[in-house]
Design a protein around this ligand. Structure first.
Ligand code: TXA
Ligand code: MG
Length: 342
């Protein structure tokens, strides 16, 4: 396939002719990367099985990992499920469009390739005018995993999609950097209380203020998780080592140790003040709170890879609010990249 084209659109008032073009590409079975508030997605018409299968191929994604179906209206939700439980209804009304994915009982007509054969389906209404317009123009929901190669950090800008998938997909719609920077929160509302299967851009605290206590799929005794969270994920090529909050001493020791071993060391910190022995341009201090840390995390991981860092020292964040989603990705990245735990 030739070089993949990137087309920029106005994030608030997307150009209709571009939307029509992108919808035509999807209609003919093509793959179009689309912007959302969380991360960029790789889109195909949800009811075109061949196109959906191509998504798995180009990403190198295991076939047992089901996809999220993106909708633009409640009418489209009715095509995907016959029953929306009360908690799901409340959450959708409160947080859609937004960084929330609901796992519900799936209708008969949904292709197996979308749900990996499960009897549930994951649905979300993304908060992005470009993508909502695209779905409306197509007249059909679009499936969309994050538009990265499987195992790589999710893309938070069109450029990241290009770097991973150039020549493998038909079109990239560029509406600027993603506002949130981590994927949506996935919550199973088929059980009562609902179970969070993946922590993401909508915090547990906000969910519980809406529907009361929910379970943590990672720590409840059934140990239920989204299939996708079992796979290696979110990892830069560099070895990720986590440093406790504020622990400048360990940070400095590790920086010196790995540098002395001839490794190129990078860092992402937020509260640790850089010791004089650590050059400030070896990494980034993200000092404006957890939202900024969340927004920049995947981008900084990719930048460290571009700079050929061997080791990436990352300061932990507090595991409340968005911090839970950040730590979830960091722990996975550290586990995936530590040689002794490979
Ligand atoms: O923010 C997001 O959610 C982004 C944007 C593009 O919308 N999408 C995204 O998709 O992160 P993906 O494919 O990278 O992650 C989807 C997650 C996976 O962990 C998958 O296993 C889970 O959702 N999932 C999908 N269908 C499911 C189902 N029926 N039951 C349980 N988990 C499901
Ligand atoms: Mg993903």
């Amino acid at each position: 396939m030739p070089e993949t084209r990137i087309i920029s659109l106005s994030p608030d008032h997307p150009e209709p002719q571009v939307i029509r073009h992108a919808a035509a590409v999807l209609r003919s079975g093509g793959l179009v990367a689309f912007p959302t508030e969380t991360v960029y997605g790789l889109g195909a018409d949800a009811f075109n099985e061949r196109a959906v299968r191509r998504i798995f191929e180009v990403k190198g994604r295991p076939a047992d990992n089901p996809l999220i179906v993106h909708i633009a209206s409640y009418g489209q939700l009715a095509d995907l499920t016959d029953e929306l439980p009360p908690a799901g209804e409340k959450l959708a009304r409160s947080f859609w469009p937004g960084p929330l994915t609901l796992v519900v009982h799936g209708s008969e007509g949904i292709p197996d390739v979308v749900t990996a054969g499960l009897d549930t389906v994951a649905v979300r209404m993304p908060d992005n005018a470009v993508t909502l317009e695209l779905i409306r123009e197509l007249g059909s929901p679009i499936v969309g995993p994050s538009a990265n190669l499987s195992g790589r950090p999710s893309p938070t800008a069109a450029r990241h999609v290009y770097d991973d998938l150039n020549g493998k997909i038909d079109l990239i719609l560029d509406a600027g950097p993603a506002r949130i920077g981590v994927e949506s929160t996935v919550i199973d509302v088929t059980s009562d209380p609902p179970v969070i299967l993946r922590f993401g851009g909508l915090t547990r605290e906000r969910i519980e203020r809406c529907v009361g206590p929910v379970l943590d799929g990672g720590s409840d005794d059934r140990g239920r998780r989204s299939p996708g969270t079992r796979h290696r994920h979110y990892a830069p090529r560099a070895q990720v080592i986590l440093v406790d909050r504020g622990d400048a001493q360990t940070f400095e020791r590790l920086f010196r140790l790995h540098s002395a071993a001839g490794k190129k060391v990078g860092f992402i910190v937020h509260s640790i003040a850089l010791p004089p022995t650590v050059p400030c341009d070896a990494g980034t201090s993200v000092t404006q709170g957890v939202e900024q840390y969340t927004r920049l995390l995947f981008r900084l991981m990719r930048e460290m890879d571009a700079r050929k860092a061997d080791v990436l020292l990352v300061e932990r964040v507090e595991e409340t609010g968005l911090g839970r989603a950040v730590m979830d990705r960091l722990v996975r990245a550290a586990r995936g990249s530590a040689p002794e735990q490979a």
